[in-house]
Each structure stands twice: as C-alpha cells, then as structure tokens.
Design a protein around this ligand. Structure first.
Ligand code: ADP
Length: 415
C-alpha cells in the first residue's frame, strides 16, 4: 500500500526493552491499537533514536544491561530536545522504592509487569493527552509572549507619540498665549492711535477754520486792491482749506467709529438703504442712477453706521460710473449663520491687483482732478463691518463693473 494512504497513527511510541520478546509483544499490541512504534534494545540506542526524531511517548524498561532505565530517563530529561517527552516505566520490579525512584528521575507513570493491556492503553492515552495539552499550552505561551512583546512595542510608540503630542500642545498653547498678548497689545495700540487721530484731527480743525476765515476776510477787504493773481492765490488757499476740512472730517469719523456709544438694535436693511438713497438724492438724480433692491433682511447693528456703509458703497457706485447711467443692484441671502450682501454696479471696475488696497485709508485709484473724495470711504465701510462681526471684499473687472460683498451676522434670536 502507498504510504500516502496509510491512516495517521495515534502517536509515535518508542519502546525500550532489552528483551526482544517483550518488545515484539508491546509493539504488536500498540500497532494493533493504531500507534506507530519504534523499538530499542538498549538505553544507548533509545537515546539516539529519541534525540534524532523525538517520539510522542517512551515506554521504558528499568532493568537493562549497561545503561538502566533510570539513567536513560535522567539523560532524556537533561537533553532540551527530549526533556518534555513523557516517559512511562514498565518493569517487573514492584517495590515502592523503585516506583519512587522512577518518578524522581522524571518518569510520568509506572506500570508493573505483568500488566493489563487495557490499563496500559488507558494510561498511554492519558499521558499523550497531557503531553499534547502541555505542547499546546507552550505554543500558546509563545504566542502570548510574542503578543505581549508587540503590545509593549506599540505602547512604547504610543507613549512616544503622546509625548510628542504633549510637546506640540504645549508649544501651541505658548504660541496662543503670545498671540493673545500680541493681540491685546495691538488692540491697545489701535485704541491709542484712534484716540490720537481723533484728538489730532479735532485740534487741527480750529486753526484751519481760522486760516479759512482770515483768507476770506483778506479777500473781502482787499477785493478792489488785489491783482487777479493774488485773488487766485487766495481762492486756492480757500479751496485747499475746504479740502483739508473734508479730509479731517473723514479722518475724524473713521477714528471715532469705535468710540461711538450708539447701541446695536434690530434694524430692517430696506429702511437703511432707503435712508442712504435719500441722503444721496442729488447724486442719484444728477446721474439718473437706478438703485434696485427687493426685500432685505433685518440685522442687528448701529443704525447711523449701517446707513453710512450703504451710502458710501452706493455713492462710489455712482461716482465711479461709466458713460451709461449707473445701475446698482442690492441683494442679500442667508448663508448659514450670516447674511451675504452684494452691491453690484455697472461702473468703471477695478483691476485685480488693487482689490485689497482700496480698503486702506487714503488709498485712491482715481485722481482728485476728476473724482472728488478723500480715500477713506471704503476704510470706513470695512471698519463698520468688522465692528458688526462681518467681513468685506470685492470682485471686479476693469471696465466691467464691480460687486462689493459683505457679511453681517444673522441673529434672529436677538431680534
Ligand atoms: P474715495 O473717497 O476716493 O471714493 P473710497 O475709500 O471710497 O475713497 O474708495 C477708494 C478708491 O476705490 C476710490 O478712490 C476708487 O478709486 C476705488 N473705488 C471705490 N469704489 C469703486 C467702485 N464702485 N468702482 C470703481 N472703483 C471704486
């Protein structure tokens, strides 16, 4: 029969006995039961066989010439490749002393001759089961050890990462504190600057009024005596005084924006836009401008500042017009927690590179000669919007009109 078709033996048993008859008998019995057996007629042969291919169990006689069973068992236990193989002694010796010695050298069982076949099978089966369990436990132990090592490794990595994270958090907290300090310092500086600008522009106004008054007086008193060139100079002085007065006035309103005591109230934006248009009535009719707006939401804010915001934007849309008469569309739509407003015109438009700069104080793209103004209007708009918790930006193309976008918080619960 081909060995591939042989049934798998129950176990590999090494039988050691110097009596060939005993060997044959035990081999036959075990083979019939389904075990694979190997035989050794001496201790030395048994040790070699066990070392080269460790069996699952050894049946070992005690009294043998040369090396006896105890010595064989002792040597087996000292060899790492055979130390765990269960050794069952089979012997005619039946004294308690012999049995004790058998267990002392590492035997797992002791069967006295003559033996009961069934009992031998039962004991062999029992020790094989124990041995296999032991092997399994050892295997699981190794697995467990590997797993523990892996976990320790992972834990180490996690501790390292935690440490890094901690350091990062500390670093960020430090930066945050520094940022807060810098912000506080900036706010203070801003406030000081605003106060300075307010005081300076206020104090500049009175000497300017005097200069203008004296120039007018000079002109009035000497109108007949002065040559045309001198009168022209005086006119220029007066014009420049007016211009300076305008600049100081705008600078003052810019500086005072944050100092106003005006409370924030719920205000319908439609009324605000209507008011702004009323204030611009002359410009609107002179330019035949059309201001188109439908329903606009109510928002919470300082009324006079919101009027100024729309007035500046509509006023600019009219001022920086093209040939065709100005058409200005005003809309608003709800975006999550804020309203997005748009003020769209069909005017001159601005180049991409100037989109940010136009919100700076005194920044003007169009010359004083053709367009009046101080360059503070949009800076005021930005400040008003920021005070109300929003932001402002522009999208435009030169020669194709502009759209100013700004957000204002939608806070219906506060209405
Ligand atoms: P100004 O007093 O000069 O109008 P603003 O701060 O209101 O000052 O505007 C700054 C500059 O931005 C203006 O001088 C103008 O060049 C440009 N600008 C503002 N609004 C518009 C607009 N709707 N279309 C084209 N250019 C504009």
């Amino acid at each position: 029969m081909n060995s591939a078709h042989l049934p798998t033996p129950l176990a590999d048993v090494l039988i050691v006995d110097d009596e060939p008859n005993n060997l044959r008998l035990l081999s036959t019995l075990l083979n019939n039961q389904g075990y694979k057996t190997r035989s050794a007629l001496s201790g030395e042969v048994a040790l070699k066989a066990a070392h080269s291919t460790p069996p699952d169990l050894i049946l070992l006689d005690i009294a043998m010439p040369g090396m006896d069973g105890y010595q064989v068992c002792d040597r087996l236990r000292k060899d790492s490749s055979t130390c765990n193989i269960p050794v069952m002694f089979i012997s005619a010796k039946d004294r308690a002393f012999d049995k004790v010695k058998a267990f002392a050298v590492g035997g797992v069982d002791y069967i006295s001759k003559p033996f009961q076949v069934e009992e031998v099978f039962a004991r062999i089966e029992y020790h094989l089961k124990l041995y296999r369990l032991q092997l399994k436990i050892e295997e699981q132990n190794i697995q467990l050890q590997t797993e523990i090592c892996q976990r320790i490794e992972i834990e180490k990595i996690m501790v390292d990462q935690n440490l890094q994270l901690q350091q990062e958090i500390e670093h960020r907290s430090k930066i945050e504190v520094e940022l807060q300090q810098a912000n506080a310092q900036l706010a203070l500086t801003n406030k000081e600057l605003e106060q300075f600008a307010a005081v300076a522009s206020h104090d500049l106004r009175s000497p300017l009024t005097s200069i203008s008054a004296y120039a007018q007086l000079l002109e009035f008193r000497n109108l007949k005596r002065l040559d045309p060139e001198s009168i022209d100079y005086l006119e220029k002085i007066l014009k420049l005084c007016d211009r300076m007065n305008l600049l100081i006035g705008d600078l003052l309103s810019y500086a005072q924006l944050n100092q106003t005591q005006e409370p924030f109230n719920p205000i319908p934006c439609k009324a605000i836009v209507a008011q702004a248009c009323e204030n611009l009535a002359t410009e609107i009719s002179q330019n035949q401008a059309e201001i188109i707006y439908g329903d606009l939401p109510a928002i919470k804010g300082a009324e006079s500042q919101l009027v100024q915001l729309f007035q500046n934007l509509i006023g600019n849309a009219i001022k920086y017009r093209r040939e065709e008469s100005p058409k200005i569309h005003i809309n608003a739509q709800l975006k999550e927690d804020c309203y997005l407003f748009t003020v769209k015109d069909n005017g001159l438009g601005i180049a991409d590179k100037d989109r940010e700069e136009i919100f700076q104080v005194f920044k003007r793209l169009h010359g004083q000669g053709k367009y009046s103004g101080t360059g503070i209007g949009l800076a005021i708009c930005r400040k008003i919007i920021e005070r109300h918790g929003g932001s402002i930006w522009i999208e435009s193309q030169l020669g194709e009109g502009s759209t100013f976008y700004f957000t204002l918080p939608a806070n219906p619960s506060a209405m």
